[in-house]
Design a protein around this ligand. Structure first.
Ligand code: SF4
Ligand code: SF4
Length: 103
């Protein structure tokens, strides 16, 4: 479970960064079944009804296409500002019982 204030660690996280929008780059080589076009016609990673990327391994909450993960995912820094922000928001929503929404 993600807890705000914890030192971020992917091993102890619900992979909440995998609920963010992931725009694909020309150089990305993601299996098409995991992608979709958004309302602006931009190719992105598809997400399930709870907002997680469809490439996530739900049992282990880690990326099932790690070797083929998109450029944006490769650049996402554990413990960086975006990591801390999304973890804090997720923990706050859980604590207050607020339903998750798509980012
Ligand atoms: S990068 Fe941050 S938000 Fe993403 S899984 Fe790791 S600790 Fe969680
Ligand atoms: S491709 Fe992998 S690392 Fe990127 S958002 Fe999806 S599950 Fe997470």
């Amino acid at each position: 479970m993600t807890v705000a204030g914890d030192k971020p660690s992917c091993d102890r996280c619900d992979a909440v960064c995998c609920r963010l929008t992931v725009v694909l780059m020309a150089e990305d080589d993601v299996p098409p079944r995991f992608t979709m076009l958004n309302q602006h016609g931009v190719e992105v990673m598809a997400r399930d009804e709870d907002g997680w990327c469809v490439a996530i391994d739900q049992g282990r909450m880690c990326c099932s296409i790690y070797e083929q993960r998109p450029t944006i995912c490769r650049k996402f820094a554990m413990g960086g500002p975006y990591c801390r922000e999304v973890r804090a928001d997720y923990a706050d929503r859980n604590a207050r019982g607020i339903p998750l929404t798509l980012y």
